[in-house]
Design a protein around this ligand. Structure first.
Ligand SMILES: Nc1ncnc2c1ncn2[C@@H]1O[C@H](COP(=O)(O)OP(=O)(O)O)[C@@H](O)[C@H]1O
Ligand SMILES: [Mg+2]
Length: 264
């Protein structure tokens, strides 16, 4: 479903702070594969997702989505097929519009503007049904503005919006990192449920090592712009956080700088 071939990206080329953020990254995802990504700060995780979604132009390599070479497609064109949720709960929704209006915008994604009907009763029922899934009571607040919601509620809603039209690829960039632990857990469970039910091809960056092993079918570790570990199947199902850290430190020669990764 997704193929990243020899992808390189350098920021600030020729300047004093030139930074090779991605160094010939190769990554191939089967349909329905759910990959978690971990790595220290500055490893290139977000840059990888940003290059896949077209936020950044790449220097070298190719991005192929569902057999289409999208390397030179602008972000807006790729976004029709890519759902995204970021760390910041304020980013994914329009605060001054109602829950229902936000969902309607997400639901219209990919449909030509001229053919977009107004919101129908049927759409409204679908939104209600999807909101019930969240188990946050939002189905009874569809006419309230999103600005009234808590961060966790907004992230849950953003996740629904990113998947209400089935994307070919779902990209999650630490989407629970800004939430308190209880609601973060809830949004993670919801992520698992939605990805599973829709068999979505998913890349999820997380700072939480435990979650990186609990969710998904495959885990990759990034370090200094490269994928240094990639495991699935039995190797993954028997992996523990302790061994993960051990292996990371052995392969990278670095000590995990990121205390919050261990705490999560
Ligand atoms: N827009 C940008 N301009 C300049 N440097 C950037 C930009 N985005 C990321 N970088 C640099 O690229 C490296 C990788 O960053 P990033 O992908 O955000 O890391 P991660 O998400 O793994 O923490 C870092 O050194 C970061 O400072
Ligand atoms: Mg990041």
């Amino acid at each position: 479903m997704l193929k990243v071939e020899s992808l390189s990206k350098t920021f600030g080329k020729g300047s004093n702070n030139e930074k090779l953020a991605l160094d010939k990254v190769n990554l191939s995802l089967e349909e329905g594969e759910f990959v978690t990504i971990i790595g220290g700060n500055g490893a290139g995780k977000s840059t990888l997702l940003n290059c896949i979604s077209g936020v950044y132009e790449i220097d070298e390599g190719r991005v192929i989505l569902d057999s289409v070479d999208v390397t030179f497609f602008p972000e807006y064109k790729r976004s029709v097929h890519i759902g995204r949720v970021f760390q910041d709960p304020l980013r994914g929704t329009a605060y001054d519009m109602t829950i229902e209006e936000n969902l309607a915008i997400a639901f219209a994604k990919g449909k030509p503007t001229g053919l977009r009907p107004g919101m129908t009763k049927k759409d409204s029922l679908l939104f209600k049904e999807r909101l019930e899934l969240l188990d946050l009571g939002l189905e009874n607040r569809m006419n309230q503005k999103v600005g009234l919601l808590s961060g966790g509620q907004r992230q849950a809603l953003t996740l629904l919006m990113a998947t209400i039209v089935k994307p070919k690829l779902l990209l999650l960039d630490e989407h629970t990192a800004a939430l308190d632990p209880t609601i973060a857990r809830k949004v993670l469970n919801l992520t698992r449920k939605i990805v599973h039910e829709e068999t979505l091809c998913t890349l999820m960056i997380t700072h939480n090592m435990k979650a990186s092993l609990e969710l998904g079918t495959r885990t990759i570790i990034m370090h200094e712009g490269q994928i240094i570990m990639d495991f699935k199947g039995q190797e993954r199902s028997t992996m523990t956080v302790e061994r993960l850290i051990e292996q990371f430190e052995k392969r990278s020669g670095a000590v995990l700088d990121n205390d919050r990764m261990l705490l999560g």
